[in-house]
Design a protein around this ligand. Structure first.
Ligand code: NAD
Length: 483
């Protein structure tokens, strides 16, 4: 077990640690006991962080050659891989995920994002453009420069702190920006440890600044600050709206990765066993606290009983308990509020006479656990429309492709979807008709640093990862020389 008393618990600004005037206490969700006391950044701290980040942007980081930026990102990835188990353990302590999942999935994804964008750092080329000349007269030598934005802020949620931070931090740094990170109140520890690794890797002071604190104070101050040129936010739809409003102060660029209520569509020609396995993964990984969780399981009526039986067995096979016990497959939800939020939907569903296939309760365990739950329902039920952010899936039958597509799209969110079919034509046709930023075919949520990620409708605006990530952290500038 890791000794968190040895971790820095303050603010990391301009390459040095300092304490804030206020602190806040975090909880261990598996035991419901206090875990750590951390500094809580205030408006003055945000001011200092923006000044430090701006100094690094115009100073040492701005002067670091592109290939040297790439070397530093690779070095950070080396350190993340070296400390993979420790970083995964810190996240498990904070937010309850079984530690093996962090070691196998979330921390490697973070390192992969760092390496992918390390490769981009010296390949951010502009473009030479052919024109008709200056008002049809003399020719022009015209080109587009891709310039960094300046100081950017990354505001991240608690469900996958480092993985989601990586989607913002790595492209922002590769493009030459400097960064201020605001971790979520419930899960700052792995990001505080990251600050130590950034220091160890040798990034110039002020290139990355870490401000633990509340959304209401530190998060809002960042979104209102005129010195911050972009906010990249992952979190709830409601806070996303507030950030968008606040960003109007200086027309900040915003990337908003918000909620989801992803459909998983199982057609009658699907490999049902594989679909059940994928749907279970999409429901129970990370306790269902996943924006892309496949919580609406739309199933062709001819195979609905098979899928129901399979998902019931998968739910009953989950082992709830200590995130550090290798036998555990599902940990607690992040806090009591989140547990009560999910439980309120289960109570409401039960009160209305809903049919539970598995689970539905809150187990007698000390932490903030909810039973892995599968219900049979319809697409218009509250439990099928709203985001719960917990391990709860709704099985909904359909009779035709058109009906499946209509139901998949009949939701305010549009982050991702999964299509299960053995018919290649159907896979492409259905994928083209679904309103979502990302579609997986015969595999739930295929995340990769090379592939853009983000949503439509209430799931947000903008894309992270892939080449889109480079475009979103640079500003195009046109230069036209009249010859
Ligand atoms: P949240 O919106 O409450 O908090 C996210 C972050 O925003 C935290 O760091 C918080 O401190 C900060 N924040 C809160 N109020 C703020 C304000 N007024 N101004 C600026 N910052 C503020 O969300 P959460 O509960 O931490 O995370 C769960 C949500 O995140 C879910 O809705 C989930 O779907 C979404 N999510 C989306 C993705 C995606 O890629 N689309 C990924 C993970 C999570």
């Amino acid at each position: 077990m890791i000794d968190i008393s040895e971790l820095h618990a303050g603010l990391f600004i301009g390459g040095t640690w300092r304490d804030a005037e206020q602190t806040f206490t975090t909880m261990n969700p598996a035991t419901a006991e206090p875990l750590a006391q951390l500094s809580s950044a205030d408006v003055d701290d945000v001011e200092d962080a923006v000044a430090a980040a701006a100094a690094a942007f115009h100073g040492a980081w701005g002067a670091t050659p592109p290939s040297a930026k790439g070397v530093l990102l690779h070095r950070l990835a080396d350190l993340v891989e070296r400390d993979c188990e420790q970083l995964a353990a810190l996240e498990s302590l904070d937010m309850g995920r079984p530690v093996g999942q962090g070691i196998a999935m979330m921390i490697p994804n973070f390192a992969a994002s760092l390496r992918y964008y390390a490769g981009w750092a010296d390949k951010i080329n502009g473009e030479l453009v052919s024109t008709d000349g200056y008002f049809g007269g003399p020719p022009m030598h015209a080109y587009i420069r891709r310039e960094p934005l300046g100081v950017v802020a990354a505001i991240v949620p608690w469900n996958a702190p480092l993985m989601i931070l990586g989607w913002k931090l790595a492209p922002a740094l590769a493009c030459g920006n400097t960064v201020i990170v605001k971790p979520a109140e419930d899960a700052s520890l792995s990001i505080l440890r990251l600050a130590e690794l950034i220091d160890e890797a040798g990034f110039p002071p002020g290139t990355v600044n870490i401000l633990p604190g509340t959304g209401k104070v530190a998060g809002e101050a960042l979104s209102l600050h005129p010195g911050v040129k972009k906010i990249s936010f992952t979190g709830s739809t409601e806070v996303g709206r507030a950030i968008l409003r606040n960003s109007a102060v200086n027309f900040k660029r915003t990337a908003l990765e918000l909620g989801g209520k992803a459909p998983q569509i199982v057609f009658d020609d699907a490999d049902v066993a594989a679909a059940v396995q994928g749907c279970a993964m999409g429901l129970f990984t990370n306790q269902g606290e996943v924006c892309a969780a496949g919580t609406r399981i739309l199933v062709h009526r001819s195979v609905v009983n098979d899928v129901m039986d399979g998902l019931r067995d998968a739910a009953l096979a989950q082992v709830l308990g200590d995130p550090f016990d290798p036998a555990t497959t599902m940990g607690p939800l992040v806090n009591a509020r989140q547990r009560d939020h999910v439980a309120s939907y289960l109570d409401d569903f039960a009160t209305r006479g809903g049919r539970f296939v598995a689970g539905g309760g809150v187990p007698e365990l000390p932490g903030f656990f909810v039973e892995p739950t599968v219900v049979a329902g319809t697409n218009d039920m509250r439990i099928a429309r709203e985001e719960l952010f917990g391990p709860v899936g709704v099985i909904i039958p359909f009779d035709s492709d058109d009906e499946a597509v209509a139901m998949a799209n009949d939701n305010e969110y549009g982050l991702s979807a999964t299509v299960w079919t053995s018919d290649v034509s159907r896979a492409h046709l259905i994928s083209s008709r679904i309103d979502a930023g990302a579609i997986g075919v015969n595999g739930w949520s295929p995340l990769s640093p090379q592939l853009p990620w983000g949503g439509v409708k209430a799931s947000g605006i903008g894309r992270e990862l892939g080449y889109e990530g480079i475009l979103s952290y640079t500003e195009p500038k046109t230069v036209a020389v009249v010859l």
